[in-house]
Design a protein around this ligand. Structure first.
Ligand code: FES
Length: 180
């Protein structure tokens, strides 16, 4: 078995990706359900969506608008008003390390520390050259393959610090090579 097992999932894909098995949509759905799809829950739902997907894509905003029965313009308005929401991936690459309980007990903190060290940025930040945004999440809905991460929109499980650091290194290296 490879150290990193990929499951499907395009980041910010529309709700029809539910059928693809992307658990993040299920988690988002559960969050909205918990709030009984009340429009008042919009900010909390947007927070959850950003935590899960790294940023709020147009498809994601429309999905949320539909579910909460809000005009898309209202959802866009709120998402653009608050500085902590991002409508686009910040770095060219993104890496989100899950720090939820299942992942934490499987060494997620060490994973995060290893990536922080390799990339030279802290969680929540983007490298100065804008190549990599490093994020954390509370649960990606992939506890069965903990520790889990999302790298460039791909959920990966059973991740080791060595493989993740190598992946990040290759990603940054590739970007540097591409510029030459
Ligand atoms: S705690 Fe990490 S995927 Fe659930």
């Amino acid at each position: 078995m490879t150290a990193i097992e990929h499951t499907q999932k395009p980041a910010g894909a529309p709700s029809r990706a539910h059928a693809s098995g992307d658990n993040r949509f299920k988690i988002l759905e559960a969050t909205m359900k918990r709030h009984q799809y009340q429009p008042d829950a919009l900010i909390e739902v947007l927070h959850k969506a950003q935590e899960l997907f790294g940023y709020l894509s147009a498809d994601l905003l429309i999905t949320i608008a539909r579910s909460l029965k809000l005009p898309p313009s209202r959802v866009y308005g709120v998402a653009t008003f608050y500085h902590f929401f991002s409508l686009a991936p910040q770095g060219e690459h993104s890496c989100a390390v899950c720090l939820g309980t299942a992942c934490y007990v499987k060494g997620a903190a060490a994973l995060l520390a290893a990536v922080e060290h390799e990339a030279g940025v802290k969680a929540g930040a983007t490298t100065p050259d804008n190549k990599l945004s490093l994020m954390t999440a509370r649960c990606l809905g992939a506890c069965g393959i903990a520790p889990a991460v999302v790298v460039d929109g791909e959920v990966a499980g059973h991740v080791t610090a060595e493989t993740l650091v190598e992946q990040v290194r290759e990603m940054l290296q590739k970007t540097m090579n591409d510029e030459r």
